[in-house]
Design a protein around this ligand. Structure first.
Ligand SMILES: *Cc1c(COP(=O)(O)O)cnc(C)c1O
Length: 371
């Protein structure tokens, strides 16, 4: 039996370089609370991502929760069911009612044409997701938000480094949040960040992620603890140096997949969008059972048998989980495109270490059934 091909593999710093930085942390004995590596990583990330301000968080969920707190969002927030559960959980943890809007099948992102009909007198914000790192229609979404006086918080967990016409997608909306979890394009093992536009907001967020402390004895609000330690900041600095090479390796995988799968009947995938710098964080394929001759689940389990581990990502839809399924907006007939995507998707293995042998094995499993 051939080796397992995993869906992802974490980008890891070189151990000897990491050791050198760890030695500095040990020598300084300053191991957390806005240490020098922490400060350096915030600066380097802001420069790399082409954004004005970055605040590091200990994961990608807490900046979502904190952004909603910081902007005093309440009532109802319009969001997408086609995401990782953390997006909607962040609303629930703030006592906010999620209102699901269907997605655009061409991108997997929230359909701007469906947002206005979901707005009520209780709506205070829109929380879209750049799914698979594909940019939302940020211009349309902002126009709607401005028209109704709504805030926009982007869950940009997949959108590290993504640019549209040379500008970072992270500059859209009021704030954007990132995840640096081990499974993401850029990781600090566990980690995340918030991107904001002005120094005032950066300051306030830095208070809020540190219990609300604005000085030794001043607490300006009910903050949380979401600080990042020096060990993970050092790890993050080293990974930042190699993330471009990792993204380019992923790009080559995407090229190979597209070339091999384009002639396959019943297998759909996304192409690059014009003017967009992608990060190739995921490679979702969509199975048309009738044309392909096998259902998504049949293909998924066949891959598994052959030790090729894909992921049905995002299945099931968030709106079907017990917490959310009773909501009015969770009715399947409100979300036909999202259901269809969730029922047909498989994310193929995608990471910087896939060999051409691996890629061929993955493609062979899919071709096996076709033509
Ligand atoms: C990974 C992810 C998160 C959560 O990030 P963590 O770092 O795991 O807390 C939030 N939203 C989306 C869309 C994600 O993919």
């Amino acid at each position: 039996m051939s080796d397992k091909i995993l869906v992802t593999s974490p980008l890891l710093p070189k151990l000897d370089e990491f050791y050198d930085l760890l030695k500095q942390v040990w020598d300084s004995k300053w191991i957390t609370n806005n240490g020098s590596f922490h400060q350096q990583l915030e600066k380097e990330l802001a420069a790399y991502l082409k954004v004005p301000y970055v605040s590091l968080f200990t994961n990608g969920t807490l900046p979502l929760i904190t952004a909603l707190q910081a902007l005093h969002i309440s009532g109802e927030v319009i969001t997408t069911p086609y995401s990782f559960v953390a997006t909607t959980h962040a609303l629930w943890w703030n006592g906010i009612k999620p209102v699901f809007v269907d997605i655009d099948p061409a991108t997997g992102n929230i359909d701007p044409d469906r947002i206005e009909e979901a707005i009520t007198s209780r709506t205070t914000a829109i929380m879209p997701v750049h799914v698979y790192g594909k940019p939302c229609d940020t211009k349309r979404i902002q126009e709607i938000a401005d028209k109704y006086g709504l805030r926009v918080i982007y869950d940009a967990a997949h959108a590290f480094g993504v640019e549209v016409n040379g500008e970072s997608i992270l500059n859209a909306g009021d704030m954007s949040t990132l995840s640096f979890h081990a499974t993401k394009v850029y990781n600090t093992i566990e980690g995340g960040a918030m991107v904001m536009h002005d120094e005032q907001t950066k300051k306030r967020i830095d208070y809020l992620k540190n219990f609300g402390f604005a000085g030794e004895t001043t607490v300006v609000g009910p903050g949380i603890n979401s600080k990042v330690d020096e060990v993970r900041a050092a790890y993050g600095l080293l990974n930042l140096k190699q993330v471009d090479a990792a993204i380019e390796a992923r790009h080559q995988v995407a090229i190979a997949y597209r070339e091999a799968l384009r002639p396959v009947k019943g297998i759909m995938f996304f192409d690059d969008m014009p003017g967009v710098k992608h990060n190739y964080s995921y490679f979702p394929i969509f199975v048309d059972a009738e044309e392909y001759g096998m259902t998504r689940d049949e293909l998924y389990f066949k891959m598994k048998e052959r030790n090729v581990l894909g992921r049905r990502y995002f299945y099931p839809l968030i709106s079907t989980f017990s917490t959310y399924k009773g909501l009015e907006s969770s009715r399947p007939d409100n979300l036909p495109n999202a259901h269809k995507m969730a029922d047909t998707v498989i994310c193929l293995p995608m990471h910087h270490e896939l060999s051409s042998n691996d890629i061929q094995r993955i493609i062979n499993v899919i071709l096996d059934n076709n033509g």
